[in-house]
Design a protein. Structure first.
Lengths: 249, 394
């Protein structure tokens, strides 16, 4: 059985996010990119399944331009067997889903592990759209996964509880923490980094797919302003400020 | 003591990351991730207790910090010298003591066995040293011979079927728990040779040195040899003379130059963040000219050292780095780090002396780093001799 792990290449959570002057795009200068944290749980789960003899191959895939290759190399260094880059700069989840679906059609995988959402654009659309286009079963918000033969048992997080369900392969999973625990995540070691040098990284040309939604502008939340303290015996001043400066009363 | 979250981000004022390969950056990030996960949360407590965090040995081996540049057939990672440097930088960013353990294992134990050892010695020891199954120490310094190791009195006598080793080494990192020691001793003719001494050999003891205010999370001790019978096959056959241990020092000093840069960047990063958050006289202290002067000077020195060190790495990769060049970088970077640590400590006011922040620990650690592997003064003499052709040592 082969597992495809779809990875979104996202800014490190500690990065300071800036947008270009017109607000139309992320300013990537000085930003450190990482494997989308939700996808890292999936990648680790896939490697564990391979080590347990449940899978024969783990492939890491990103839709992105050449700048995402270090992230794929990291996935290889952690233990993926091979990597695929679909050479495009996606602008909408429908493109990503369509390109991955076309790739899987030509190169079948029984299990596709995605994250529940990318932590940058937070679309949350790719895994569902992908499952639909593959004609595969789909399990969202997955926090546990077990395989036996061609059947999967999935634990899902639902409002205020958990849901257990079964599905037969092929299956697309949108996973998150719980698939594996944080302490199980892997840091690449030097031997893995060396091995990654010679693992295959295929670059695939995308078909023509138009973005169905177009982002126009990004805005950061306004920063917090300073607090002014007014003495409890001076309520008149509070009323005056609310009326004259804040203009709310 | 609850450790603060390690928010470290390295300064890169001259966009030097662009001069590193993607693989170098991956190596640096992986090492940093490991340090943030396994070292930062515990190191302060171990340093306060003056205890070596033994549990890190497994992790250091897994990450690949033991012999990164030793070929894979002997258990190393087969990486280049810049990779080794970047790893030492990230590990010392965490703690100089932990980096010292790696320097000793990689450059002072694995390197001489690899470079001067027989094929049997390489196969016997290197894989176990790389995997952390064995820890090594390096015995050069003696009670009466520190800066002048050529005067050593520790000696070996050829007894026909074995050597008899006598003498004592002092200030030896990892000594209290080392499984093997690479020991430098003079033969009957006064020529310096390296021998591999194994724990358990009769007459070999390793008392610990206590009451250090520096490198508290690294164990230091003595190596004492009282008529130790060393098998003949434990002599390193392929190099002798003072040049043999000095060759190891070149490799270790190179790693220390990178390591000290890591400690400096951690102090700067901590002070910079603090200066933006700490408010006095109604404004962040980072807004005051006196504090900005400190920060501006720190980042200037760090940037210069980054350039110096990377260039040294390129030369080392090409096999062209000279002892003089390595000396200059070790001396410059450690001194720079020590001065930055002292300034950064002041910027944190009272908080700077506590274990809530890493600066005071770095500052105290660096007092050892500026002394071992050639003191600050001795490196000047090396540079002076290099440029004048005249030795001022004696
Ligand atoms: C205006 C704009 C510009 C953009 N520019 C770029 C760009 O220059 N470079 C770039 O890399 N991205 C860029 N993106 C992001 C790219 O469009 C996203 O990959 C896509 O929108 C899906 O993101 P999402 O938040 O909907 O994913 P979600 O549906 O939230 O992601 C869920 C899961 O789907 C999978 N997944 C998502 N995206 C990918 C992917 N690209 N490859 C493989 N698996 C994936 C992952 O498993 C992920 O956890 C841009 C987005 C916008 C809106
Ligand atoms: C924590 C720690 C760990 C160590 N680990 C190891 C180890 O693993 N293995 C090992 O072999 N050694 C180790 N050392 C020893 C270290 O290398 C020596 O301390 C160092 O070489 C200095 O020797 P010394 O302490 O005898 O000082 P000395 O040589 O006595 O020097 C005292 C002072 O005199 C100055 N001086 C000496 N000669 C001259 C001169 N010609 N001209 C001008 N000034 C001079 C020195 O610069 C110094 O300031 C370690 C030391 C420390 C503190």
């Amino acid at each position: 059985m082969k597992i495809l792990v779809c990875i979104s290449h996202v800014p490190d959570t500690t990065s300071k996010i800036q947008f270009t002057a017109d607000g139309a795009a992320l300013d990537a200068q000085g930003i450190q990119f990482v494997i989308n944290p939700h996808d890292e749980f999936g990648l680790t789960k896939a490697l564990q399944m391979k080590e347990a003899g449940l899978a024969t191959q783990v492939t890491a895939l990103i839709v992105g331009d050449a700048s995402v290759e270090p992230t794929l190399r990291k996935a290889l260094a952690i233990g993926a067997d091979d990597a695929v880059r679909i050479d495009a700069r996606p602008e909408s989840g429908n493109q990503v889903a369509q390109w991955i679906a076309e790739y899987v059609q030509a190169n079948p995988y029984e299990l596709v592990l995605c994250g529940i959402e990318s932590i940058d654009y937070n679309g949350g659309t790719v895994p569902g759209l992908l499952a639909h286009r593959m004609g595969a079963a789909f399990a969202n918000a997955c926090i546990g996964l077990e395989l036996s033969g061609t059947n999967a048992t999935v634990l899902r997080e639902i409002d205020g509880g958990k849901e257990k369900l079964t599905a037969s392969l092929p299956l697309v999973v949108a996973g998150k923490k719980g698939l594996v625990e944080e302490s199980e995540l892997r840091i690449p070691n030097m031997r893995g980094i060396m091995a990654a040098r010679t693992k295959p990284l295929a670059v695939v040309a995308p078909s023509a797919v138009a973005a169905q939604v177009v982002s126009k502008r990004f805005e950061k939340p306004v920063g917090r302003t300073s607090v002014r303290l007014i003495d409890k015996d001076n309520l008149g001043e509070l009323v005056r400020l609310l009326h004259e400066e804040a203009k709310v009363i | 003591m609850a450790a603060r979250q390690d928010l470290y981000q390295h300064p890169d004022y001259y966009l030097m990351d662009e001069m590193l390969s993607d693989e170098h950056k991956l190596i640096r990030e992986a090492t940093r991730e490991w340090v943030k996960r396994d070292v930062s949360p515990i190191i302060e407590e171990y340093a306060q207790r003056a205890e070596f965090p033994k549990q890190l040995v497994k992790g250091l081996a897994e990450v690949g910090a033991f012999g990164p540049y030793i070929p894979t057939e002997y258990g190393g990672a087969g990486l280049d010298q810049i990779s080794y440097g970047l790893m030492m930088m990230e590990i010392e960013r965490g703690d100089s003591g932990v980096r010292s353990t790696c320097s000793v294992q990689s450059s002072l134990v694995m390197y001489p066995i690899y470079a001067y050892g027989s094929e049997e010695q390489r196969r016997k020891y290197l894989p176990k040293l790389a995997s952390g199954e064995m820890l090594g120490s390096f015995g050069l310094t003696e009670p009466n011979f520190g800066s002048n190791p050529g005067g050593m009195v520790t000696n070996i006598k050829d007894m026909g079927d074995h050597y008899l080793l006598n003498g004592a080494k002092m200030w030896i990192s990892n000594a209290p728990f080392c499984d093997i020691a690479v020991v430098w001793a003079k033969n009957e003719a006064g020529r310096i040779h390296g021998v591999i001494v194994e724990r358990g050999m009769e007459g070999f003891t390793t008392p610990e040195t206590h009451n250090k205010w520096s490198l508290r999370a690294s164990a230091t001790g003595e190596l004492v040899f009282d008529n130790v019978k060393v098998p003949k096959e434990n002599l390193l056959p392929n190099k002798s003379g003072l040049g043999a241990p000095l060759g190891c020092l070149d490799s270790a000093r190179y790693g220390i130059a990178w390591g000290a840069l890591g400690a400096a960047m951690d102090c700067y990063d901590t002070a910079l963040r603090y200066s933006k958050e700490r408010v006095q006289f109604d404004r962040p202290i980072g807004g005051f000219q006196l504090q900005q002067k400190k920060l501006a000077e720190m980042i200037t020195e760090i940037t210069k050292a980054q350039l110096l060190t990377l260039r040294l790495g390129q030369l080392k990769n090409e096999g062209r780095a000279t002892t003089g060049q390595i000396s200059m970088a070790k001396r410059n970077n450690v001194n720079m780090a020590l001065e930055i640590a002292r300034e950064a400590r002041q910027m944190l006011g009272g908080m700077g002396i506590t274990g809530d922040y890493p600066i005071m620990r770095h500052m105290m650690n660096l007092e050892s780093v500026v002394t071992y592997e050639g003191t600050h003064d001795i490196h000047l003499l090396i540079t002076g001799m290099d440029v004048t052709g005249l030795s001022a040592f004696k």
